[in-house]
Design a binder for this molecule. Structure first.
Ligand code: MIC
Ligand code: SF4
Length: 638
């Protein structure tokens, strides 16, 4: 049978299992990436595996999320990561170099390879024909140790692109259209594979802007074929020899096909506070905007910067509007400096920041109270900007330019002729530190911000948990474990960061849960969508959360829960959600035995009356749960 591109790459990397719907498979991982905010835990977890060196083709440790050195904490983390990389054979990318996803594609991306990253936007690399997936730090640490990456075999959803993008309509509008149609849970359990006659006209920067935000659909990965555009991109990076043509086999069929006519798209905007609340920019001209930011992994590429610069050339920002630029990479910044575009941007009145995540993860750039902010970022979850009750809109560079010039959300098609983006200057600039040939004996530098990893107990035979919080649908890991400049510096310190679990939802959560432990949290559909941060599983576990009950779970968060011994249970009858409330006791007698026996339906009781709870997990996952998490499981098996 003719195979899709995703299937070909999965087959070439299949180490365990059979690729059949919802069966667990183990895929060999060629490359890994970590970033500082998830990377310190991943590094501590890798150390716990007691190996001498990483066992991948390439592993890179990027510093891009927290680059505000307010005190020793952040600098400690960077120093730790640099010394860890040297000791264990990883490349190291220091702060200021750029955002992991942008830089990884520029320097290491290789069509047909597998990439696992401890960041949910790792699918960015799919723009270059890679099978690139996000995961929790522990799964990435295991991949660094040469272990396969385990996941439920995804379905492959074909996205057939036809036509060509009209003037002032960009790649972001393609993925916003997908979000409008499929919603933030429409891609769960799927790889989105783009194909069709519309693909050839999109360059790799446009493709990766689309695959990047496939994460917002909940998709496992998104992928484009590797063709002349991929060749041109790799040649521009001085890596033409990494090119390899790849595409779906002729006549392949997909589990489902969605068709997008690029010619019919218009400039789109995601409204507060979800990436799928999509509306045409033309309908939002009543929204006054005081802050515009161009940047992030999915919106700060050379191409994005050029579109903004060309649109702003010879014009000036509207009075009262602030337009900030967070370049995606040092290279992109150098490129617009070398071709004069940076001077046009500065003349138009923009504020220039260093390359990095910055405001996208609430590290500075918080908007003023009661004002709207429009950003080219991938996410606008409530409060993520750092301002409570924020109103964050998402768009591509075209709408961002028009909005900054107008002072309200504006349709860029009124800006006149659409300028063509010139080819990128051949400037390959970064400060990547290669791994030394030998790392043994090198010291790992640990400051006081690097707290030891907490020990977790094995699952008890029986459990009775108190529900300490009930939340609704589409709860994000930003709700569970917020980021921002107060909390992000604590990512290497679980006892300290755990005080902030659900801080924006219920400030009493940490104290209540510790007092009531063992505890349970109840959620609705798509619980734990968004970021890959394993802190959203580990920190609640540290407080005493043993069970999470939801109508459904997002992929990465579910895997993280299992990795830290929190049992992810789904309601057999979603209507039972209405019966659950804070303060109730859920009894799970014989839980451990039931889990190990492979039972799906568990005999639970809510306040003495039966409650249908279901555990959908592979035999491997069940053993991990019984052991109290993956590190215990690995220790038991060594
Ligand atoms: C995000 O965009 O939410 C983040 C911050 O990059 C996260 C990673 C993290 O929380 O450190 C992600 O996407 O996984
Ligand atoms: Fe960084 Fe934002 Fe991209 Fe996450 S989505 S990696 S915070 S730029």
């Amino acid at each position: 049978m003719a195979k899709s591109l995703a299937q070909q790459i999965m087959d070439a990397h299949l180490r365990e299992g059979r690729c059949q719907p919802s069966q667990e498979i183990g895929l060999a991982i060629d490359q890994t990436l970590t970033q500082d905010a998830t990377g310190t835990l991943a590094a501590l977890e890798f150390e716990a595996l007691d190996l001498d060196r990483v066992r991948t083709q390439v592993s890179v440790s990027y510093v891009d999320h927290n680059i505000l050195q307010n005190d020793f904490k952040n600098a400690d983390d960077h120093r730790f990561l640099r010394s860890f990389a040297a000791r264990y054979g990883l490349w190291f990318s220091p702060p200021g170099n750029g955002i992991c996803h942008q830089l990884h594609m520029l320097r290491f991306g290789r069509p047909g390879a597998t990439l696992l990253g401890s960041d949910s936007h790792t699918p960015h690399g799919g723009g270059l024909g890679m099978l690139a997936m996000g995961a929790g730090g522990l799964d990435v640490a295991a991949a660094m140790a040469g272990q396969p990456f385990y996941l439920a075999c995804p379905q492959v959803l074909g996205v057939r692109l036809v036509g060509a993008l009209p003037p002032w309509v960009g790649a972001k509008d393609v993925i916003l259209e997908m979000l409008r149609r499929l919603t933030v849970k429409g891609g769960v359990g799927c790889i989105l594979e783009y194909f069709g006659p519309g693909v050839a006209g999109l360059d790799v920067y446009q493709r990766s802007a689309i695959t990047n935000m496939g994460a917002e659909l909940g998709a496992t990965a998104s992928i484009f074929p590797s063709d002349q555009q991929a060749r041109a991109f790799l040649e521009a990076q001085g890596r033409g020899s990494d090119y390899r043509p790849l595409a779906a086999e002729a006549g392949c069929t997909y589990d489902r096909v969605e068709e997008v006519d690029l010619s019919a798209l218009e400039p789109l905007v995601a409204c507060p506070s979800s990436p799928d609340a999509v509306r045409p920019a033309a309908e939002l001209s009543g929204v006054a905007v005081e802050q515009v930011i161009l940047g992030s992994c999915g919106g700060g590429s050379y191409r994005d910067l050029m579109i903004l610069a060309l649109a702003l050339k010879g014009r000036h920002l509207a009075p009262g509007v602030e337009l900030s630029i967070n370049p995606g990479s040092r290279q992109a910044l150098a490129q617009i400096a070398s071709n004069g575009a940076l001077a046009d941007l500065l003349a138009a009145g923009v504020r220039l920041h260093q390359a990095g995540c910055l405001g996208c993860i609430g590290m500075s750039q918080a908007p003023a109270t009661g004002t709207a902010s429009l950003r080219t970022f991938p996410r606008n979850f409530p409060g993520r900007s750092g301002t409570t009750d924020d109103q964050v809109y998402l768009s591509g560079a075209q709408v961002a330019a028009a909005t900054a010039l107008a002072g309200h959300i504006a349709d860029p098609r009124a800006l006149g002729p659409y300028p063509a983006v010139p080819p990128e200057p051949a400037l390959r600039l970064d400060s990547l530190v290669p791994p030394p040939a030998q790392g043994a004996g090198l010291e790992i530098l640990r400051g006081p911000n690097i707290a030891p990893f907490p020990r977790l107990d094995a699952l008890p035979a029986d459990l009775a948990c108190t529900v300490t919080l009930k939340v609704g649908d589409n709860i994000t890991t930003d709700h569970i474990m917020p980021a921002g400049s107060q909390i992000l510096p604590l990512r290497s310190n679980i006892p300290a960061i755990s005080r902030f679990v659900f801080a924006g939802v219920d400030p009493q959560f940490a104290a209540k849960t510790q007092a009531a432990a063992p505890a349970a949290v109840v959620g609705g559909e798509n619980y734990g969508q968004g970021s890959s941060r394993e802190h959203a599983a580990l920190a609640p576990r540290y407080l005493g959360v043993q069970v999470k009950i939801a109508k459904s779970f997002a992929r990465i968060h579910r895997a993280n829960l299992i990795n830290f011994g929190v049992v992810p249970l789904v309601l057999a009858d979603p209507a039972d959600y209405g019966r659950l409330d804070e303060g109730q006791i859920i009894e799970l007698p014989g839980l451990r035995e039931a889990i190990l026996a492979g039972r799906e339906d568990l005999a639970a009781k809510l306040e003495g009356r039966p409650l249908g709870l279901r555990l959908l997990a592979s035999p491997r996952e069940r053993e991990i749960l019984a052991a109290g998490g993956m590190l215990n499981y690995i220790r038991e098996h060594l």
